[in-house]
Design a protein around this ligand. Structure first.
Ligand code: MV4
Length: 602
């Protein structure tokens, strides 16, 4: 068997230097391919990321002001300054941040710098859900049965439900990523659902146009990877099943999709290519579909490289970042659809700093105190962090992506379970226990899951809550932390728990001060709670939603003392000290930052 693309003559790269306007694992991912191609790399970094892995790996790095994404990775002026100073000739935006920002893409293009991404016009067509649905329809690709125009009056909702059958979905025209969808199960709820959908859309996206679709009750999310060059060549590279998700955050992705007929795959691939051609697409792109009862429906197109691109790379044997660089410098793809073949099966698990216990996925920023990367045949780890690095509450929770490849789904699944067992991350909670639960579940193994499966059917109640480091403060003020330690007794190895002194500052302080101290703070508890002798502090920036205790209350270990809204989620702040509440320092509505004291327990 031969692949034509293997013999495709590799030209020397014409980019000399690429600036990566991103952070974390995707910045690392892009730097790696640039290095392989002999392209110099320029990193940019926020004030919290001075020592981050992507900075350590890049050839050059430029500081961005501030800590928040808005001040740093979304700061057009600062990034343009880094481009000018570094003399980079191209910019890779990764995903998120500037990847789908047409003003930014046009601004750098005007400076003569190549934006490694699609033409701005294609981003614009796909950015709006109604115009993308119309573009797909014009290309002969159907969305979920529905209407491609905004709803003006509630009567339209009722007549739509009567025509298509209840329930129906109300969607925000300018939405995306899953927010702003409302399910209406009968005509009595139409008015209320319409009002609430419009309110949410206005709040989240600044526009309140809504449209209607028939609601699919057990769909799978299957997306097709496409690639287009600037010479009119467009190919599809197989699908990814991303149905395992919670609150629109994907957990596990795989390619190929299980129980997915090959004729449907080919039709979906051709549909995705037609959609890409209809918007004049160039670059890596993903066309998302819902798949139910043997039919697929266009959902939206993502005009960027996606988080889950590695599962496609593993089965088709191509480096998608390399293709992006080649296509951006004007090279033709150099292979055709017939040259592409997929082999075996790949899974990707997103290792997030979140505590999945009880199915809550509570954010768990903090310092990684211990880290062991799994390895072996068919295992790939794309990580943005190593031991000693701090996961900040200011950026997303993705620490690493663990990818396995096997000749079939079962081999890849067992390999993933083995790799998850081998991986060690301490200091923060991770999604590893939830991945093990999913991958061992009979419905998942049979491929009977859907986009609702994690939330409606998966039982995560047996995952114990993450226990941050338990610290003790001695009379002399020194702190000790309980750690697992290997010991040898008569030639046999045992794992024991020992109280060890911490060298750093007492636990309960935040990582926010960043900079020079952030890598020498192994004592940071890292979990959703920081306990120092009964002082309960804020683990991440947020707003107090509710205070559950008052002075004089007695509390038990594990009891929730405050509910904090942070990273768009409610987080229960619990105590692991029992005693009496001595002081309550916050009230509901207070804006708080990491390290602020919430409650003192004596
Ligand atoms: C749907 C649907 C069922 N019926 N549309 C959510 C994200 C948004 N972009 C589209 N979404 C859905 N649209 C109809 N007509 C179910 C979902 C959906 C979903 C889709 C993809 C991935 C995860 C999802 C989770 C819940 C609901």
């Amino acid at each position: 068997m031969t692949f034509k693309f293997e013999t495709h003559e590799r030209r020397e790269a014409v980019f000399n230097k690429v600036l990566i306007a991103n952070r974390g694992e995707i910045a690392v991912r892009i730097i790696r391919t640039c290095r392989e191609l002999g392209i110099s790399t320029v990193a940019v970094y926020s004030q919290l990321d001075r020592d981050a892995l992507h900075v350590r790996l890049a050839d050059e790095a430029y500081a961005l002001p501030g800590e928040t994404a808005a001040d740093s990775y979304l700061n057009t002026e600062a990034i343009i300054r880094a481009i000018t100073e570094s003399k980079a000739d191209a910019l890779h935006p990764g995903y998120g941040f500037f990847s789908e920002n047409t003003d930014f893409a046009r601004a750098i293009t005007d400076l003569g710098v190549t934006f490694i991404g699609p033409p701005p016009e294609a981003i614009e067509i796909m950015g709006d859900k109604i115009s993308s649905r119309l573009a797909a329809e014009a290309a002969g690709v159907n969305g979920v049965p529905g209407r491609s125009e905004p709803v003006k009056d509630v009567s339209e909702i009722i007549s739509f439900g009567e025509e298509f059958g209840w329930p129906i979905a109300i969607k925000a025209a300018y939405g995306g990523g899953g927010r702003g969808m409302k399910v209406v199960s009968n005509p009595d709820n139409a008015q209320e659902s319409m009002d609430s959908a419009k309110r949410e859309a206005l709040g989240a996206f600044g526009r309140d146009e809504i449209y209607l679709e028939k609601y699919l009750d057990w769909p799978r999310h299957i997306e097709m990877q496409i690639f287009a060059d600037a010479h009119g060549n467009v190919v599809w590279l197989g699908e990814r099943d991303c149905s395992t998700q919670r609150r629109h955050q994907k957990l596990i992705e795989e390619s190929p999709a299980p129980n997915f007929p090959n004729e449907t795959r080919i039709k979906m691939g051709e549909a995705a290519v037609a959609v890409a051609k209809a918007c004049g697409y160039v670059n890596a792109g993903t066309v998302e579909f819902l798949f139910q009862d043997g039919e697929f429906y266009f959902l939206e197109m993502n005009t960027r490289l996606q988080v889950e691109h590695p599962v496609t790379e593993q089965v088709v044997g191509m480096d998608l970042v390399e293709l992006q660089l080649r296509v951006a410098q004007g090279e033709p793809l150099g292979f055709t659809q017939e040259d592409i073949s997929s082999s075996g099966h790949a899974f990707e698990c997103r290792i997030n700093a979140e505590d999945p216990s009880g199915g809550k996925f509570t954010p768990s920023p903090g310092a990684i105190t211990k880290w062991r990367a799994p390895g072996g045949y068919g295992v790939r780890l794309d990580a943005g962090y190593e031991a000693g690095d701090v996961i900040s509450q200011f950026y997303d929770n993705l620490i690493a992506k663990l990818i396995t490849w096997g000749p079939n789904r079962e081999v890849a699944r067992k390999k993933m379970l083995r790799a998850l067992d081998e991986m060690v991350v301490e200091g923060v909670a991770t999604t590893i226990p939830s991945h093990k639960a999913v991958l061992s579940n009979a419905e998942f193994i049979a491929g009977e899951h859907s986009t609702r499966w994690v939330e409606d059917r998966l039982d995560l109640s047996s995952i114990p809550p993450f226990k941050p480091d338990v610290t003790q403060i001695g009379d002399d003020g020194s702190t000790k932390v309980l750690r697992d330690v290997d010991a040898e007794v008569d030639g046999r190895r045992y794992r024991v728990k020992l109280w060890l002194p911490t060298q750093g500052v007492p636990s309960g302080t935040s990582s926010k001060s960043g900079g020079s101290t952030k890598r020498s703070k192994p004592s940071h508890s890292g979990g959703p709670i920081s306990v120092s002798s009964g002082t309960i502090t804020v683990p991440m920036q947020g707003t107090v939603v509710k205070v559950h205790v008052k002075e004089g209350d007695s509390v038990e270990i594990g009891q929730t003392v405050v509910t904090l809204e942070a990273m768009k989620m409610e987080n229960a702040i619990t105590t692991d000290t029992a005693g009496t509440v001595k002081e309550v320092r916050v009230a509901s509505g207070d804006a708080v930052g990491p390290g602020d004291v919430l409650v003192v327990i004596g």
